[in-house]
Design a protein around this ligand. Structure first.
Ligand SMILES: *Cc1c(COP(=O)(O)O)cnc(C)c1O
Length: 362
C-alpha cells in the first residue's frame, strides 16, 4: 500500500527564475504558490491510487461534488525550512501525517496512509526547492488537504476522495520581530463542543469561526479567543492557534486537549522544550475570570498563542463585552521570546535537535 509509486510530470513551463525571485522578495502569507502539486486519488474498492506530481493547475469538479455541499474536507499545515547548508528540512511531519489520518477518521473519510502523506510532502519540497525563500524568517508552507470528490447529493460518506498537496512561499510572519496581539473574547460564539469536530483540522471549523473573527476585527482586536461551549468559562484556543500562560513562579500552563482543542504540533513541541529546561508545565483548564485576576495581580506574567504559521504570538491585551486587561507590560514577554527562538533554531537546523524532530529532505 505505501509502496505506491509517484508519477512525475514536470511543469512544462515553470516560472522563470527572475520572476520567481521577484515574488519571493516579500511573499506575505498564502499568496505565492509554487509550480507543482501532488495529487492522489481514492476510490472505494480500489483504495489509494494514481499518485502524481504535476504542474499546479485548476481543478475540474462536477457541481454535484460532495465537498461543495456537505463540507467533507480536512487539511494540514507544515513548513519546510532552509538549512544553513542549503538543504531543506521538515519539522515533525509524522505528527501532521498522523493528525491528518485522525481528522479523516472524524470526518468519515478514507485515511491516507501516513507514509504516502510524508512522501507527498518530500516530493513537493524536492521538486519546488527553488521556491523556499532564502530570506530570514522565510519558509515553504505546505498545505496537504483532502476533499470528498464523489458527485452525489445524498448525505453519506463519499466513496471517492481527492488528496492534494500544494505549497506556498511565505515570508517572516512578523517583520522586525513579533509584536503582541489583542484578543477578543467571544461571548456569543463557540468554536468547538464536546463530541464535535474541534480536535479535527477541518475547513468547517474555520468557516464557523469567521463571524466571531469578523466581530473581533470590528471591535479593534486582532484575533478571537474562544471559551468552552458548555460553561462558557474555560479558555480553549484561538481560531487557529493554541494558548499558553506563563506565571510569576516560572511555571507554564496550557489548556488540556480533551477533544475540544486542536492538538497542535507547536503546542506539543513547546511543552517538551519547556520541560527540557526544568520548567514545570501543566495541561490544566484555566478560567477566564482567573486569567483576568492573575493578569491584574501580576501572578500571570506572559501569555502567547502558537501554531505553525506564526510559531509564537505574544498576547498583550484581552478585551470582551465587559473586560479589558493587559498582560505584563503589554509587550512580548521574555520567556515567550526565549521559547520562540529555541523552537525556530531547531526548525532551521541552527541548534541541536535532541528529540530528532527535524527531517532533512535533501
Ligand atoms: C492548526 C491549528 C493549530 C496549530 O497547530 P500546529 O500543529 O501547531 O500548527 C491550533 N488550533 C487550531 C484550531 C488549528 O487548526
Amino acid at each position: 500500500m505505501t509502496a505506491l509509486s509517484f508519477a512525475i510530470e514536470e511543469h512544462p513551463a515553470p516560472l522563470a527564475a527572475n520572476a520567481r525571485a521577484e515574488k519571493l522578495v516579500s511573499p506575505g502569507f498564502g499568496r505565492v504558490f509554487t509550480d507543482h502539486m501532488v495529487s492522489i486519488r481514492y476510490t472505494e474498492g480500489e483504495g489509494w491510487h494514481d499518485a502524481k506530481v504535476t504542474a499546479r493547475v485548476p481543478l475540474m469538479l462536477d457541481p454535484a461534488t460532495a465537498v461543495l455541499h456537505y463540507a467533507q474536507e480536512i487539511f494540514e499545515g507544515l513548513k519546510a525550512y532552509r538549512t544553513p547548508e542549503g538543504g531543506a528540512a521538515l519539522f515533525r511531519p509524522e505528527m501532521n501525517a498522523r493528525r491528518f489520518a485522525d481528522s479523516a477518521t472524524r470526518l468519515a473519510m478514507a485515511p491516507l496512509p501516513e507514509e504516502l502523506f510524508l512522501e507527498s510532502c518530500r516530493r513537493l519540497v524536492s521538486i519546488d526547492r527553488d521556491w523556499i525563500p532564502e530570506s530570514e524568517g522565510g519558509s515553504l508552507y505546505l498545505r496537504p488537504f483532502m476533499i470528498a470528490s464523489e458527485a452525489f447529493l445524498g448525505v453519506k460518506p463519499s466513496s471517492e476522495y481527492l488528496y492534494l498537496c500544494i505549497a506556498s512561499s511565505v515570508g517572516a510572519y512578523f517583520k522586525g520581530g513579533p509584536t503582541s496581539v489583542t484578543l477578543w473574547i467571544s461571548d456569543e460564539f463557540t468554536r468547538s463542543a464536546p463530541g464535535g469536530t474541534g480536535a479535527a483540522k477541518c475547513g468547517g471549523n474555520y468557516a464557523a469561526s469567521l463571524q466571531a473573527q469578523a466581530e473581533a476585527i470590528r471591535e479593534g482586536c486582532d484575533q478571537v479567543v474562544f471559551l468552552d461551549a458548555v460553561e462558557r468559562r474555560w479558555i480553549e484556543e484561538l481560531g487557529g492557534m493554541n494558548t499558553f500562560f506563563v506565571f510569576d513562579d516560572g511555571t507554564l500552563q496550557t489548556p488540556p486537549l480533551g477533544g475540544t482543542i486542536l492538538p497542535g504540533v507547536t503546542r506539543d513541541s513547546l511543552l517538551t522544550l519547556a520541560a527540557d529546561q526544568g520548567m514545570t508545565v501543566r495541561e490544566e483548564p484555566y478560567a477566564i475570570d482567573q486569567w483576568e485576576a492573575d493578569a491584574r495581580s501580576g501572578r500571570l506574567r506572559e501569555a502567547f498563542a502558537c501554531g505553525t504559521a506564526a510559531v509564537v504570538t505574544p498576547i498583550g491585551r484581552v478585551r470582551g463585552r465587559d473586560r479589558d486587561f493587559t498582560i505584563g507590560n503589554g509587550g512580548p514577554g521574555l520567556l515567550t521570546e526565549q521559547l520562540r527562538t529555541q523552537l525556530t533554531d531547531i526548525q532551521r537546523c541552527t541548534a541541536p535537535d535532541p528529540h530528532g524532530w527535524v527531517e532533512r529532505v535533501f
